[in-house]
Write a protein that binds this ligand. Structure first.
Ligand code: NAD
Length: 349
């Protein structure tokens, strides 16, 4: 195969970012889109010269579709993903992969059983800031890892939560400021530090009405490698700040903000470090979700990940972020909720 035909299921807020990325990615072509709301499907299809369906099973019946982007509400992906896998389609799911690990395992098992690839969108993994940190980690430049923190101090208006019946529900959003918004940085933190061993946490709903989930959360972490850390997340903070992941070790520190390096310092400075600091100053190429989910989001991150997923299909290799990778952040958030629901008790993962 030298061209991957894509379908998109769910034509709401994030879907145009997928359509634009598929258009720009080499060896990828958008064939059809589907949404239960006909006008959503038709609008997106018209903009990208694709076919529109209201019933996604018709999209899955097409032989010229090899992979499907799942842009539906988070808690709908197990059933629809199973249908995709059973139809032999590779699955690229939006984050979080599903709303809990039990439902994620259904997706992983369905993909394995049908021999299709399962990828989870975590576009910040493809940011230059994250790539630089991964490179320095591989070389041991941070020394012993000591503290790893994720700060997601964001703002979402009441109108945002009111804009979709699924938003802020346990069944379809799966959680609030951590499961929906903070999951990106939580994933990044785990990709830097490895898995978390123990957590204690608290959550609250402080600024929005009608939500079944949290808009404020803090968690204290112990990683399997012995490092400690914290997660602070909110969608109640005006005006919303850049999402930050901090990596601190005995020999160096780095801070990634919205995918951009904002701090980069090592005990053993190298000549290229100054150039790295200079290159990363200023606005990043991914945009920010600080105040709004989409208006400032650029498609560069999705484009890089869709390029990788497309090549993974063509070369028959694993995508950079597969289903098992996508599962880690949700497993940690599940443990955070368990701790918070039980008065902050220590939960072992
Ligand atoms: N990676 C990112 O930065 C990012 C940003 C925003 C949203 N997301 C994720 O994308 C997913 C969708 O979020 P959104 O904000 O676009 O939601 P949305 O509500 O704007 O869009 C969801 C769409 O799915 C459609 N839909 C529902 N059931 C369907 C079905 N059975 N078949 C076909 N279509 C169906 C709805 O009609 C709607 O148009 C969520 O999981 C969210 O977490 C990711």
């Amino acid at each position: 195969m030298n061209e991957v035909g894509y379908g998109i299921i769910g034509c709401g807020t994030i879907a145009p970012i997928h359509a634009e990325s598929i258009k720009d990615a080499e060896n990828a072509r958008l064939v059809a889109v589907s949404d239960v709301r006909e006008e959503n499907a038709k609008d997106l299809a018209a903009r990208y010269g694709a076919e529109a369906y209201t019933d996604y099973t018709e999209l899955l019946a097409r032989d010229d579709i090899h992979a499907v982007s799942l842009c539906i509400p988070s808690g709908m992906r197990a059933e629809i993903g199973e249908a995709c896998a059973n139809a032999g389609k590779h699955i690229l799911s939006e984050k979080p992969l599903e709303i809990n690990t039990k439902r994620i395992d259904r997706l992983i098992n369905a993909a394995d059983a049908n021999g299709v690839k399962l990828g989870c969108i975590f576009q910040f993994r493809f940011s230059q800031g994250a790539e630089k940190v991964h490179g320095a980690l591989k070389e041991g430049r941070f020394g012993k890892l000591v503290l790893g923190d994720a700060y997601i101090k964001w703002y979402r208006s009441q109108a945002y939560y009111d804009s979709g019946a699924w938003r802020g529900t346990r069944e379809l959003d799966g959680g609030g400021c951590l499961m929906n918004q903070g999951v990106h940085q939580i994933d990044l933190l785990i990709s830097f530090f490895g898995k978390v061993k123990e957590v204690t946490a608290q959550t609250a709903l402080v600024a929005h009405t009608g939500l079944e989930v949290e808009d404020l959360a803090t968690a204290m972490l112990t990683f399997e490698n012995g490092a400690m850390g914290v997660i602070e997340g909110s969608t109640a903070i005006y005006p919303g700040h850049a999402a930050r992941v901090e990596v601190h070790g005995t020999a160096g520190s780095a801070i990634v903000e919205d995918g951009n390096l904002s701090y980069w310092q090592f005990q053993e400075d190298r000549p290229e470090d100054e150039a790295i600091r200079a290159a990363f100053a200023g606005e990043g190429d991914f945009g920010s979700g600080a105040a709004d989910p989409i208006s400032s989001l650029k498609h560069e991150g999705h484009l890089r990940q869709i390029r990788d997923f497309t090549q993974a299909i063509i070369e028959d290799r694993m995508p950079a972020v597969d289903g098992r990778e996508g599962r880690h952040a949700v497993a940690l958030i599940e443990a955070i909720y368990e701790s918070a629901d039980n008065g902050g008790k220590r939960v072992t993962l």
